[in-house]
Ligand binder design. Structure first.
Ligand code: SF4
Length: 461
């Protein structure tokens, strides 16, 4: 199935696309369904049950707040990160459904964490139940947050998305098909994606302008993150480091120090800046998730800083090529595997971001389609088995450093691929299949539950 570039890269509020943006969307869709059925004003009580990973790490990931925002009818892309939308809920224990119908509501009493129950369809399950004044159920629905902010209702779970397949000129389900279509039509992967996007977006919508807008927002999150200091929320007392890392590097230059690995320091700073912004609940672009949102912006900044561009137009075209190519790679992972840490571990988040970034970088630097596939495959090959074990359920440790490691690995994968002809033994399709099988066979405790790994052994929360 083809996933749009604007699904792979979507705007929201951190820290987690699957635990924040997805539940918010699901909660909003549920109350909109109530409204469409003429039931909204009959609601007296609204109960939510969170299951599996959502229950185990939802408090640290901000899921309870996200569900409340959804009931209020808020949209993650339009929210102001610094505004306190929950003031009335916290002070008066009241919530206005879609801003139209007030009910009594308490985060701690009306959202139940079913930590011992994981629904069979997916680890990120949630059930919403609306009751009338006589305590009769008037509507009950179960949703799943399947990764990257995408949701599916229980009856849609086989499609893993709440929409019909897009009608695009170039439909592909595997990298093999993608490469064949590109060869037959003598086009690059980025050109194919741009053609598909033009077919599915409304006529007034400028595809390239909106890709550049996403690029700008990603770069903005680097700049904002590099200016902030202090501690991240959540009680773990994780200090923001990007600003001091940046200042240390500036001092080094001021003292005329030379270091052949300075590019690595820069990539670390850029990835930290975005990942810290995400952990702090800032505005983010999923790439392909929020936990892994630092990888692609950092690699794009590296491309801009170290690539050879003769004009601003060349620079912009490189950014469009990068994001279009990496979205096709992201689409392959979403169609044939998963980008949910709760389903396949961090290999599905930072691993996929690394793979997308490596392919995007090769494309932007002029590599051919085979080299792009090679880079994306190398990048994932060395993320296989990566577990998801965030300490205290917060998207901070190991997540922030992991973004930096993913970005550096992506640059190395791209450099390796660019040094070859594009010929390779392991195909991207086979590595995607391997990643998925590895993820499914990982013990559940290593998939965004904070019950094992570093989360268990480093310190107790
Ligand atoms: S360990 Fe990876 S997948 Fe898990 S929360 Fe952190 S960034 Fe996301």
């Amino acid at each position: 199935m083809y996933y749009s570039l604007f699904e792979i890269f979507a705007v929201g509020i951190g820290p987690s696309s699957s635990h924040t943006v997805g539940p918010m969307k699901a909660a909003r869709r549920f109350v909109e369904n109530l409204k469409n059925k003429g039931l909204l004003t009959k609601v007296q009580t609204l109960k939510t049950k969170l299951y599996g990973s959502l229950a185990l790490t939802g408090v640290g990931h901000g899921t309870l707040q996200a569900v409340s925002y959804g009931f209020m009818g808020l949209n993650a892309a339009e929210m102001e990160p610094t505004y306190d939308y929950l003031a009335e809920v916290m002070q008066n224990k009241q919530l206005s459904l879609l801003g139209q119908h007030k009910i009594a509501f308490s985060l701690s009493e009306d959202i139940i964490l079913e930590k011992d129950i994981t629904l069979p369809e997916h680890s990120n399950g949630m059930t919403f139940c609306a009751l009338d004044e006589n305590n009769n159920v008037i509507l009950e629905e179960t949703y799943f947050s399947v990764g990257g902010g995408t949701i599916a209702r229980q009856d849609e779970i086989n499609l893993r998305i709440d929409r019909k397949p897009y009608d695009v000129p170039y439909q592909f389900n595997s990298c093999r098909e993608l490469m064949q279509i590109c060869a037959q039509n003598k086009m690059t992967i980025a050109e194919l994606v741009l053609q598909n996007e033009k077919a599915i977006q409304p006529s007034h919508f400028s595809v390239t302008k909106n890709i550049l807008r996403l690029h700008h927002m990603m770069q903005q999150s680097i700049d904002i993150g590099m200016q902030k200091e202090g501690y991240l929320p959540g009680g773990l007392k994780v200090k923001r480091h990007a600003k001091e890392m940046y200042e240390r590097l500036q001092n080094k230059f001021a003292n005329n120090a030379t270091d052949s690995l300075t590019a690595i320091d820069w990539i670390n700073i850029w990835a930290f800046a975005v990942a810290e912004e995400n952990a702090g609940g800032g505005r983010m672009v999923t790439a392909p998730t929020m936990g892994s949102a630092g990888v692609i912006p950092a690699v794009m900044r590296y491309m801009e800083r170290y690539g050879k561009f003769n004009s601003e137009t060349e620079r912009k075209n490189a950014a469009i090529t990068f994001l279009a190519t990496s979205s096709a790679i992201g689409s392959l992972y979403r169609s044939n595997a998963s980008i949910s840490g709760a389903e396949v571990g961090c290999q599905g988040e930072v691993g996929v971001a690394c793979s997308m970034a490596a392919g995007g970088l090769v494309a932007a630097l002029g590599g051919n389609n085979n080299q792009i596939e090679n880079a994306a495959e190398i990048a994932m090959e060395h993320n296989l088995g990566l577990t998801c074990d965030p300490i205290c359920g917060l998207v901070q440790v190991p997540c922030i450093e992991r973004n930096a490691m993913g970005a550096i690995k992506a640059v190395n994968a791209a450099r390796l691929a660019l040094q070859g002809s594009g010929a390779h033994i392991v195909s991207l399709d086979s590595i995607i299949k391997t990643m998925y099988e590895t993820g499914l066979s990982l013990n559940r405790d290593y998939k965004e539950t904070s019950l094992a790994g570093i989360a268990k052994n480093a310190l107790s929360c």
